[in-house]
Design a protein around this ligand. Structure first.
Ligand code: PBG
Length: 328
């Protein structure tokens, strides 16, 4: 047998060569930290199913934003956990609702160091836990929900949010919110469309984090995990409706959808590494069954490799600090 002439291993022979030949890189600026702000608390409250992640008071959230800015990450995505919920999610549109109050405080704290973004969805604010308002017979009313989203968008823009994360999966939500914002003079408030958001078991720990009251599931609005083509369709619709960024979520189990969307999109494509993805790695690492740091880095790198320009991840700050520490 002849010796091989073609030797791909050549580019793997030293750390410096491997680094130079690397096709994908991670940078702090590509990371966004989801952040939970809870009404009525003065100290952070740890989230059982997400070791290392807490619900924050406004003050502790301020400190975290400062830390995030120092780590050099690109932004934070705010979620509100209100004390009181009702059928239409009034807290979402109330200027004194927790998410809007937190947005004003954190936009002031962040200045130009990072982008403060807000989740635009009703599920944290409704007593039934659905992402929209319900009809008499208990179904999610798409078009009535759009009216709530318009109001929520105006409230968030007025609070200073620069990028609204539309995560409710209602048909027509991007166009409706865009029109409402433009009509109120908020032409520069950008829209991040959670275009391909799947009805996923991996949101479990998040629902603890926001103390979700949901009974049943979201399968009449979030995507069927079996559907790849439909994920691309949703992204195309959101691009046509005027989204500034499209997103795929969860990330790790949907890298095929992410790669497809990245291939067709002419606007930035992001991905959300969700709470269950975080919890699985943390749980395995706590047992010393995997190397925590390597698993975290590999999981986020893989999401970037599949086509995400930016990754929302609960490890954003820690990972950013590792990346800077490595470089120096
Ligand atoms: C809805 C929303 C959810 C997540 C982000 N936005 C939950 C859901 O759709 O049930 C999940 C994020 C995560 O699991 O980390 N507002």
């Amino acid at each position: 047998m002849d010796n091989p002439v073609i030797r791909p291993r050549r580019l793997r022979t030293s750390p410096a060569l491997r680094r130079l030949a690397s096709e994908t890189r991670l940078n702090p600026a590509d990371l966004v930290l989801p952040l939970f702000v809870r009404e009525g608390i003065t100290e952070p409250v740890p989230i059982q199913s997400m070791p290392g992640v807490s619900q924050h008071s406004i003050d502790s959230a301020r400190r975290l934003v400062t830390e995030a800015a120092e780590a050099g990450i690109g932004g934070v995505m705010l979620f509100g956990v209100p004390e009181v919920r009702d059928a239409i999610g009034s807290g979402a549109t109330d200027p004194d609702g927790i998410l809007n109050v937190a947005t004003r405080a954190l936009v002031a704290e962040a200045g130009d160091a990072l982008v403060v973004q807000t989740d635009l969805c009703l599920d944290e604010f409704t007593d039934h836990g659905h992402c929209g308002v319900l009809t008499q017979d208990g179904r999610v009313d798409n078009d009535a929900t759009l009216e709530r989203y318009r109001d929520m968008a105006r409230a968030q823009a007025a609070s200073g949010s620069q990028l609204l994360g539309l995560s409710g999966m209602m048909d027509g939500q991007v166009a409706a919110v865009r029109e409402a914002l433009d009509g109120d003079g908020y032409q520069d408030t950008a829209l991040l469309a959670y275009s391909a958001k799947y009805a996923s078991a991996y949101y479990g720990p998040f629902r603890d984090a926001v103390e979700s009251t949901l009974e049943g599931d979201r399968r009449t609005y979030q995507l069927n995990p079996a559907n790849r083509r439909e994920g691309v369709r949703e992204a195309l619709i959101d691009i046509a409706e005027g989204a500034d960024v499209v997103m795929v979520k969860p990330a790790g189990s949907y890298l095929d959808v992410l790669a497809d969307v990245a291939a067709i999109s002419d606007i930035p494509v992001w991905a959300y590494q969700v709470s269950g993805e975080y919890a699985m790695i943390e749980a395995a690492a706590a047992h010393q069954w995997i190397d925590r740091r390597r698993a975290v880095e590999e999981s986020v790198l893989s999401i970037r490799r599949a086509g995400a320009a930016v990754v929302l991840t609960y490890w954003a700050v820690e990972l950013a600090n590792w990346l800077t520490e490595k470089r120096s």
